[in-house]
Design a protein around this ligand. Structure first.
Ligand SMILES: CC(=O)SCCNC(=O)CCNC(=O)[C@H](O)C(C)(C)COP(=O)(O)OP(=O)(O)OC[C@H]1O[C@@H](n2cnc3c(N)ncnc32)[C@H](O)[C@@H]1OP(=O)(O)O
Ligand SMILES: O=C([O-])CC(=O)C(=O)O
Length: 373
């Protein structure tokens, strides 16, 4: 008989990875041994994606080559092109992305191979495509004409340009780029685990990413950033503390707080709080930032819970002019770099992921024919 399971696989080591590492007690996060505090604000998203997918921080030459590969990967395939408008009219953003990535799998020239070089190319293509899919989805549903991606611009600059329709300020690009860096990878989080389970059957990268997108969507994971904004919008700015206390007293979870691994401040939240404050002050209306600070104080005082990555990401994206229902898609734009790197890592040293279960149902049931039940 199997041992008692750990509910939610808490503290179970489910895979070995060289991609990222967390010290939950000290509140530290590393990508391939680099401290997130050294990467955030210094490395670009493209450098971090290269680090995760190709193993090293790139030289200038490697970065130029990788950038060219990304620029080329921004062209959507025929199947995606011919379906994006209809999908935008029928599916919410994360559902649409799940569908569009699945269609992109059929368009991909390397779709039939899990070989290392094919996986490397697919990882770059998926990373290049994801922000374009979000932008094209948004344009299709709003009827807006969006600028073509500019090959001279970074992922962050192109995304803000395509979503807001205006050329972003350099500081806005820096801040958004830092958000992408902060969200790129996070050990065995639920969506990455889903991707690895799928990849471990020797299924293909696009299938694994579809599983990951469906998993990121839920409000206990990536979907929390949208819910944080919805909570802020629903609260009366003068009654934040009492409203949060009431929610907690009623046993409600406050979105954007708590974490399975961090027992102290999530190091990503430190950066996001700072950027939220900066953007709030620059916007001339810091109401949502101040409300967030008040929520943070109450949740800490009542529950001793810290904000996670989703909490201040919400107001950062809001101040950058990103529509609220695109917050989780933005998370996927960044996490695509980590998911694809995990699929590469899984395929490189694979064994089927198939845990055991504890049986808690009836035993020794007596068969009864249908007419006698
Ligand atoms: C990118 C990310 O995925 S970051 C996480 C995004 N998700 C959220 O922000 C949703 C809100 N947070 C949560 O639901 C949880 O903290 C999770 C899902 C992140 C972690 O879950 P777990 O490790 O399974 O913790 P669990 O849900 O069992 O919570 C432990 C206790 O803290 C409480 N708790 C945890 N988070 C919260 C919260 N946000 N608000 C209020 N109470 C909370 C639980 O009610 C539980 O209390 P109990 O022991 O009295 O029943
Ligand atoms: O690690 C987790 O469980 C969730 C998280 O913070 C992430 O995926 O970034």
């Amino acid at each position: 008989m199997a041992d008692k399971p750990t509910k939610g696989l808490a503290d179970v080591v489910a895979a070995s990875t060289a991609l990222s590492d967390i010290d939950g007690k000290a509140g530290r996060l590393f990508y391939r041994g680099y401290d997130i505090h050294d990467l955030a604000g210094h490395a670009t998203f493209e450098e971090v994606a290269h680090l995760l997918q190709r193993g090293t921080l790139p030289t200038r030459r490697q970065l130029a080559d990788y950038g060219a590969e990304l620029a080329e990967g921004r062209t959507l395939g025929a199947l995606v092109e011919s379906n994006v408008s209809e999908i935008a009219g029928r599916q919410a953003p994360m559902e649409a992305l799940r569908t569009l990535v699945s269609l992109a799998g059929a368009d991909d020239p390397d779709k039939d191979s899990n070989a290392a070089d094919a996986n490397r190319r697919k990882a770059a293509r998926l990373t290049a495509q994801q922000p374009i899919l979000v932008a094209r989805y948004h344009a299709a549903r709003t009827g807006a004409d969006i600028p073509e991606p500019d090959p001279e611009l970074s992922t962050a600059a192109n995304f803000l340009l395509q979503i807001t329709g205006r050329r972003p300020e350099p500081r806005e690009v820096e801040i958004f780029d830092t958000c992408l860096v902060l969200h790129a990878d996070h050990t065995m989080n639920a969506s990455t685990f889903a991707a690895r389970v799928c990849a471990a059957t020797l299924s293909d990268m696009h299938s694994a990413i579809v599983a990951a997108i469906g998993t990121l969507k839920g409000p206990l994971h990536g979907g929390a950033n949208e819910q944080v904004m919805r909570t802020l919008e629903a609260l009366d700015p003068r009654g934040v503390a009492q409203a949060v206390r009431d929610k907690l007293a009623a046993g409600e979870k406050i979105m954007g707080f708590g974490h399975r691994v961090y027992k102290t401040e999530d190091p990503r939240a430190t950066h996001l709080r700072r950027m939220s404050q900066e953007l709030a002050e620059a916007s001339g209306d810091d109401t949502y930032y101040r409300m967030s600070r008040e929520m943070e104080e109450v949740v800490f005082a009542d529950k001793h819970l810290y904000p996670n990555v989703d909490f201040y990401a919400a107001t950062v994206y809001h101040y950058l002019g990103i529509p609220t229902d695109l917050f989780t898609p933005v998370f996927s734009v960044s996490r695509m770099s980590g998911w694809t790197a995990h699929v590469i890592e899984q395929h490189a040293d694979n064994r089927l992921i198939r845990p055991d279960s504890e049986y808690i149902g009836e035993r020794d049931q007596k068969w009864v024919p249908i007419d006698e039940r």
